[in-house]
Design a protein around this ligand. Structure first.
Ligand SMILES: NC(=O)c1ccc[n+]([C@@H]2O[C@H](COP(=O)([O-])OP(=O)(O)OC[C@H]3O[C@@H](n4cnc5c(N)ncnc54)[C@H](O)[C@@H]3O)[C@@H](O)[C@H]2O)c1
Length: 295
């Protein structure tokens, strides 16, 4: 089988229960390396782009969130990560990888669907870090259903409660304390742009996230606080074997010939968090493996 960064890499079909963990993946995901021309990989090359910055990252225990915490650490930022209690082991691994790069990583297990828990996370992050320069809204839930009649009202509500409401609660708690140059980065999805039919509730929340990003960006731009979204395509993370059926896993790829690794999405978060994107706000970036979508 081709390796993770080689064209043709296709993760083997497997099933995990939610919340799923990195250690249960049948093939390891890559969080801190990027592809080489010959299909191998090399360590991410940092350049001090986030020196002294402090970030709150939801869902920072695994997948894209873990890769963001590690690349942020390599670029000089400390993190505070929030995640579900069942994912403590993944969170401790993220913490230890951040610490290997000489940065701090504070952890808090909590259910972010509650506005009170979001406030506690925001308060704890400000207390531990001193200030939050970068809010990365990233935690999410999805579960495939083929038809609208298969989506229970409870699933519809749970998806919205997990995917968009905490983005609002956390931004509301933290943006008032932000300064010129600070940023909010919201993880959306390609599905908001392609209208994925078997993830209707999830796709709807991701559309809401894109619109939330645009509105909040327009609201905060005069203060110099930038707000942007990232819209990944298929990425090999624990979410996939826990929420996608066999056929969807067999087709889990992109025009470039494979799904992304979390590290390849985290680079976009580094760009949006740092000075390289200083003139960018209200935008959506599309690390989706080559699917052309409207902006
Ligand atoms: N994997 C993909 O193919 C893909 C594609 C597009 C977008 N995304 C987005 O990337 C983001 C990260 O997902 P991932 O693929 O890295 O998967 P993941 O399973 O590694 O991360 C999801 C995280 O959400 C957290 N979470 C879920 N419900 C929560 C709750 N109620 N309270 C607190 N935390 C909660 C979990 O702790 C977990 O860490 C999500 O927003 C997802 O929609 C993923």
């Amino acid at each position: 089988m081709p390796e993770q960064f080689e064209v043709g890499f296709q993760p083997p079909v497997s099933h995990q229960d939610l919340p799923s963990r990195e250690g249960d993946l049948p093939v390891e995901a890559i969080h801190d390396k990027l592809p080489t021309a010959d299909g191998g990989w090399q360590p991410y090359k940092a350049a001090g782009k986030l020196e002294g910055k402090k970030a709150l990252i939801t869902g920072g225990d695994s997948g894209i969130g873990r890769a963001v915490a590690i690349l942020f650490a390599m670029e000089g930022a400390d993190s505070f990560i929030a995640y579900l209690p069942e994912e403590e082991k993944d969170a401790q691994e993220t913490k230890s990888q951040v610490e290997k790069h000489g940065r701090k990583c504070y952890t808090m297990a909590t259910d972010l669907t509650s506005p009170e828990n979001c406030q506690k996370v925001a308060d704890a992050a400000r207390k531990e870090l001193g200030h939050v320069n970068i809010l990365v809204n990233n935690a999410a839930f999805q579960m495939m259903q083929q038809d609208i009649t298969d989506i229970t009202n409870d699933q519809w509500t749970k998806t919205f409660n997990t995917n968009i409401h905490p983005y609002f609660y956390l931004a509301k708690a933290l943006v008032p304390h932000m300064k010129r140059g600070d940023t909010v980065i919201n993880n959306a999805s390609i599905n908001a742009y392609i209208g994925r039919p078997d993830l209707l509730d999830y796709t709807s929340t991701k559309g809401a996230i894109v619109a939330f990003t645009r509105g909040l960006a327009n609201q905060q731009v005069s203060k110099g606080i930038r707000v942007n979204a990232v819209c990944p395509g298929p990425v090999w993370t624990p979410l996939i074997p826990a929420t996608m059926d066999k056929s969807a896993q067999e087709q889990f790829t992109a025009p470039l010939g494979r799904p992304a690794q979390p590290s390849e999405i985290a680079t976009v978060f580094v760009f949006l968090a740092g000075p390289d994107s200083s003139m960018m706000s209200g935008q959506s970036l599309h690390p989706n493996g080559g699917t052309v979508v409207g902006s």
